[in-house]
Design a binder for this molecule. Structure first.
Ligand SMILES: Nc1ncnc2c1ncn2[C@@H]1O[C@H](COP(=O)(O)OP(=O)(O)OP(=O)(O)O)[C@@H](O)[C@H]1O
Ligand SMILES: [Mg+2]
Length: 356
């Protein structure tokens, strides 16, 4: 067998969506193989990472004395290069199928408006994770393909990805982004607003896990049918420091969600007013596709529909749209070459042998 065909056999193609809250990895032919929080637990005495992903998340808020749990990415970009690199290396290793991979290739998503410095950091992290050939693609485009937009479609589609730290609006025509906008506001801002509200108005300090669970279970983008319905939030009394609980009504928490969701909706509306008439006409007919974990907030589609007066469609598993769009690229190598946005073409051609 010729070396080149042998190489093809052992090359693993990975799609990586390195998000503020979650890292998702899909492998060609095997769909999503990794879905873990983008977190690391660090021993502060030794400065070493002691746990990654789900394991680190389980420690969050209940860390031992010398352990601290950190998110190496903020607002969709690398904030801590070393930790991002270590985390990525760990996740890539964990996702490999086994056997000897001579080389790999990966496609990573990135925000449309990343600076060169931010893109460089992401590329370097990927390079040092021994991935091999690295392609980068704009998140909006990947999310669109993952949500079912056809690369050859002449008519425009609009996609809104609401992540943890970012909201990305992109308009796609014929497999390219014709218009896009990314803002540093996302679903985690709801958690932050809830935590702040409880601390300032109710004297209760709650942890990240509690805030997240209240959001998933009780928060909705539409006004509650029973505003008097009571839930309990548990944490630490701000004054005394002792364990404490307060009763909250859905009527009290609704304005917190609405405050954030309305800002997200405004970003979407503002972006849609910047379109050319023909593109606007397509979007008028088709409405928008909503992806990202933020699309899982109850009632968000209805809220947006009322706000922008267009139909809003959420595909199945909207939080996987980006990574599924990325992995599809391996079936269309020409498209991948065309859409990948690597200023560093040297990297693309430099195949790094995989080091186990
Ligand atoms: N069932 C749910 N109900 C409400 N919110 C949810 C649900 N599931 C996930 N989320 C929220 O979705 C967000 C994570 O979405 P996603 O995984 O798309 O973000 P990310 O890609 O890591 O972030 P970014 O794209 O901003 O870098 C979190 O804020 C999380 O709280
Ligand atoms: Mg994302």
């Amino acid at each position: 067998m010729a070396l080149s065909s042998l190489k093809k056999l052992v090359t693993e193609s990975m799609a990586i969506d390195l998000g503020t809250a979650n890292t998702l990895i899909a492998v060609k032919g095997r769909d999503v193989v990794l879905d873990e929080p983008s977190l690391v637990a660090i021993n502060e005495l030794t400065d070493e990472v002691v746990a990654y992903g789900t394991e680190a998340a389980d420690m969050q808020g209940r860390e031992g004395r010398d352990i601290v749990v950190k998110a190496p990415l903020t607002g969709g970009v690398v904030a801590d290069f070393e930790r991002t690199k270590e985390m990525l290396t760990h996740f890539v290793k964990k996702s490999k199928t086994g056997g000897s991979q001579v080389s790999r290739q990966a496609v990573l998503s990135m925000l449309s408006d990343v600076t060169h410095v931010e893109q460089r950091a992401l590329l370097n992290a990927a390079e040092e994770a021994h991935i091999g050939k690295v392609y980068m693609m704009e998140e909006g485009l990947a999310a669109a393909f993952g949500a079912g937009v056809q690369p050859g479609d002449k008519r425009a589609s609009a996609i809104v990805d609401i992540g943890a730290g970012t909201t990305n609006v992109a308009v796609i025509t014929k497999g390219s982004i014709s218009h896009s906008r990314a803002e540093r506001i996302g679903s985690n801002d709801i958690n932050e607003a809830l935590i702040t509200h409880l601390r300032r108005h109710r004297g209760l300090q709650i942890g990240a896990e509690t805030a997240e669970s209240i959001k998933w279970k009780y928060m909705s983008a539409t006004a509650p049918e029973d505003p008097e319905f009571e839930i309990q939030a548990r944490g630490r009394d701000v004054q005394t420091g002792s364990p404490h609980a307060v009763a909250l009504t859905l009527g009290e928490i609704y304005p917190i969600v609405e405050g954030i969701v309305s800002r997200i909706a405004q970003v979407v509306q503002d972006t849609l007013t910047e379109l050319r008439p023909e593109v606007a006409a397509d979007i008028y007919d088709r409405g928008i596709l909503l992806t990202g974990g933020g699309a899982l907030l109850e009632g968000i589609d209805q809220y947006l529909r009322n706000f922008i007066n267009l139909s809003v469609i959420i595909p199945e598993e909207p939080n996987y749209a980006t990574v599924r769009g990325l992995v599809k690229m391996f079936d269309e190598p020409e498209l991948l070459e065309r859409v990948s946005r690597n200023e560093l073409s040297i990297l693309q051609n430099a195949e790094v042998p995989f080091e186990a």
